[in-house]
Design a protein around this ligand. Structure first.
Ligand SMILES: [Zn+2]
Length: 380
């Protein structure tokens, strides 16, 4: 209730921050620092483009304003499906879609769900799911799919495939597919594509290290902690990363099992949620209410955000959690880039052209959607 009143008062004179994951600052920093984890064969090439990699670290968040299928790549509400260690959630995307997806039939306002024949499921996937696998829902034709189903179909009913995975986020699945796109870009020695995928991939790996990207309670709505998302991942790094975080995290390593690495990232993020939430609650309970939020000046805008002293209290109680997740993200990004290069047969990058990799038309179009557009999916 108090939160709502503040919004009304604030609407006339200030605005709230709606910074995207890790904040723009955090993503740019993580991508930049990942370059320094690379061995010399890659370091020279990546360092030449370090500004591009840093600047474009936030493209995937901007793309949420331009592309309907973008939002689900940034998170997975894994607690909708299972509890740690998530043994009931298939780590292969096709199997997960088939396990949790629904064939919906609607007739005269009545909805029912139809079941696939087990021995025809993989054929069904190839013919009617694969191409649409990143969409939320799509139509099916009764006469075409009838033979795949156990149940009889009413030919006048409206059939759709409901992809439940997209509804709750596809982060680990998409990241795995994305990794192979980078391998492919290295194989082709396509400079533009290598850099574009590398920058985007840094973003998705960064998101995967944020505990609140792995839960239905992503902004504290379920525990009366609304606003905790930006507090943890944007406000704290903005205040402390430059002065007190150590980003020299060692050398990138070859990841022989990308899928396991991705799922370990999700599990370790998710395991931090209880502490992340309980520490915030403790700080909120202990701190005088009128000293938790303050006005702050940012880029000609007055914003209403957590006061520095209040941030300090949360920062201290987390005992380095945010810093550690950012460090792990940096090392993981470097290791993904390095592993993709190895898997592509270690192509020689020293003879790459010196041309600019920036596509001005594309950059402007994305910027325009971000500035003027409406976000698809949720904000966090
Ligand atoms: Zn994101």
């Amino acid at each position: 209730m108090k939160f709502k009143i503040l919004i009304v008062i604030c609407a006339l004179s200030c605005s709230f921050t709606t910074a995207p994951d890790w904040g723009f600052y955090g993503h740019r920093k993580i991508n930049k620092m990942a370059v320094f984890t690379l061995p010399p064969e890659l370091l020279v090439f990546y360092k030449k483009h370090i500004e591009y990699l840093s600047e474009h670290a936030v493209d995937p968040d901007k793309r949420r304003y331009a592309m309907k299928t973008e939002f689900a790549r940034h998170y997975i509400d894994i607690d909708h499906w299972d509890t740690l260690p998530f043994n009931n959630v298939p780590t292969e995307y096709n199997l997960a879609i088939l396990k949790f997806g629904k064939i919906q039939s609607v007739k005269d306002g009545d909805t029912s769900f139809l079941e696939l024949k087990e021995d025809r499921a993989s054929d069904f996937y190839k013919s009617y799911i694969e191409e649409n696998r990143y969409d939320t829902s799509w139509p099916l034709k009764a006469d075409e799919v009838e033979s795949y189903l156990i149940d009889n179909i009413d030919p006048s009913a409206t059939l759709t495939y409901e992809n439940e995975m997209v509804k709750y986020g596809i982060h680990p699945y998409f990241l795995e597919e994305f990794y192979y796109r980078l391998v492919n870009a290295f194989e082709k020695k396509d400079e533009k594509y290598i850099l574009k995928i590398s920058a985007d991939m840094g973003h998705y790996i960064g998101d995967g290290h944020v505990p609140l990207h792995t839960t239905l309670n992503y902004n504290g709505e379920m525990t009366n902690q609304v606003g905790i998302h930006a507090f943890w991942e944007s406000r704290l790094p903005e205040l402390y990363a430059d002065d007190s975080y150590d980003f020299f995290v060692g050398k990138a390593e070859y990841l022989s099992d990308i899928r396991t690495h991705i799922w370990d990232m999700i599990k370790s993020s998710h395991a931090l949620l209880p502490e992340l939430l309980s520490k915030e609650k403790e700080v909120v309970d202990q701190f005088p209410e009128d000293q938790q939020f303050c006005y702050d000046q940012r880029l000609n805008q007055t914003i209403w955000t957590q006061c520095p002293e209040f941030c300090e209290a949360y920062h201290k109680s987390l005992e380095g959690m945010v810093e550690k997740r950012m460090q792990d993200a940096v090392l993981s990004i470097g290791s993904f880039w390095y592993s993709a290069w190895i898997d592509a047969g270690q192509p020689d990058l020293s003879d790459m052209s010196e041309v600019s990799v920036e596509d001005e038309t594309q950059r402007k179009a994305l910027e325009q959607s971000f500035q003027n557009g409406k976000i698809y999916g949720r904000k966090h």
